[in-house]
Write a protein that binds this ligand. Structure first.
Ligand code: SAH
Length: 225
């Protein structure tokens, strides 16, 4: 799989994409992630990529031409399954969307900045818009890193124990059971007895029960879905 990210602040994406599971997946060749600086297509001697907003609103807008050129050039090199604009008014990211995107070959993520991007790009080039929640961030870089991380960890081979993604929250529409590690007792706080039993059937039953209980208590809406 290949993910191309278009941004005016590539530095914001360096660290989230170079460590831990995503960093290792790139090193193993499971995924390629390419970050593209929109300024490459900036206009004039100052490589301008943003301009004032028509209508006199405060804030700058990422201009139509550099984005058009960047998307056109990338699309000439390969066919994109989705060209996604990170946007607070997009569909809110969830595990289902991450699962769906993890099956694609080529995805482009476009990060807005300042006031956003010229709407004509959204109308004519973007195929999908994704939000990371009902709040506004300064740029689409952190949302793009979130989308990339949520996808990459689902690609077979990205996690060392593949089944661990399957038992994560939301994967079966429920929250997951609590987890514990050694020691079995700390400060008088005990790990639930059943987890020490060595009986996989009992453990599984306990985990299922916990999942239902926690989902009912914390996210009852998930059970209706
Ligand atoms: N004026 C816009 C917000 C711009 S915020 C509005 O009111 O909708 C600047 C950029 O940050 C956006 O272009 C978008 O790419 C990104 N962004 C901000 N919040 C986001 C969110 N919740 N999800 C995804 N992207 C977001």
């Amino acid at each position: 799989m290949r993910i191309d990210i278009v941004t005016v602040v590539p530095e914001l994406l360096e660290s989230p994409l170079s460590h831990s599971i995503v960093g290792r997946a790139i090193a193993k060749g499971i995924v390629e992630i390419h970050v593209h600086n929109l300024r490459k297509y900036g206009k004039g001697p100052r490589l301008q990529v943003d301009d004032y907003c028509y209508g006199g609103d405060a804030g700058m807008v990422l201009m139509v031409e550099p984005l058009y050129q960047m998307i056109t050039d990338l699309s000439a090199e390969r066919e994109y399954d989705e060209i996604i604009y990170m946007s607070p008014d997009g569909e809110v990211l969830n595990q289902g969307i991450a699962n769906e995107l993890s099956l694609k070959q080529n995805i482009m993520l476009i990060c807005g900045h300042y006031k956003g991007i010229d709407h004509r790009i959204r109308e004519h080039m973007v195929t999908r818009e994704i939000s990371v929640g009902d709040y506004v961030l300064s740029g689409g870089e952190i949302p793009a890193a979130i989308v990339a991380d949520s996808i990459v960890r689902l690609i077979p081979g990205a996690l060392t124990d593949e089944t661990s993604a399957l038992s994560d929250c939301f994967q079966d529409g429920m929250l997951s059971a609590p987890v514990y590690s050694r020691p079995a007792e700390f400060n008088g706080w005990k790990v639930p007895e059943v987890l020490l039993s060595g009986n996989p059937k009992l453990i599984r039953a306990w985990q299922d029960e916990q999942a239902v209980e926690r989902t009912r208590a914390l996210r009852p809406g998930l059970l209706d879905e």
